[in-house]
Design a protein around this ligand. Sequence first.
Ligand code: ADP
Length: 158
Amino acid sequence: MAHPKEERTLIILKPDAVHRGIMGEVINRFERKGLKIIGMKMMQLEDAVLEAHYAHIADKPFFGGIKAFMKQSPVVVMALSGIGAVDATRIIVGPTKGFEAAAGTIRGDFSLSVQSNLVHASDNIENATAEVTRFFKEDELFDYKRNDFEFVNAEEVF
Ligand code: ADP
């Protein structure tokens, strides 16, 4: 039975992660934490999906720039699952501005930029659910047991 705190979240490896050849490094950060990759694919993003995905910043002056940036090359989208996966991935990714992100986070270790900050990670459970559905069909998501996945004691109280 799934743990009551198990969540799904959406990660996008942005074009800068693809171009800089650090996709493996970035994916590794999530894998070694214990998050389970339940979906992963490369895709070319188009305006319509970007306008839905970034609807919360569509009125910002930099929105056109973000759309152009996100279409520069294919991206890799991943669905992750795990205990508290939404908050756990945001901690691993770090805050939006690379120059403010702490060492040890993905953005802190690899970015000084605001736009080119390598990774998208869903920011709350509601958005995570909508974003996983936006980017993955049900038959592209896989439910399997990762042998080191259940290292969290089922009796732990949060
Ligand atoms: P996050 O990705 O950390 O959740 P937001 O949802 O606020 O951040 O913004 C989405 C993305 O838009 C950011 O990851 C970044 O790539 C870009 N962005 C945000 N603010 C700016 C800005 N002031 N100038 C350029 N790009 C920005």
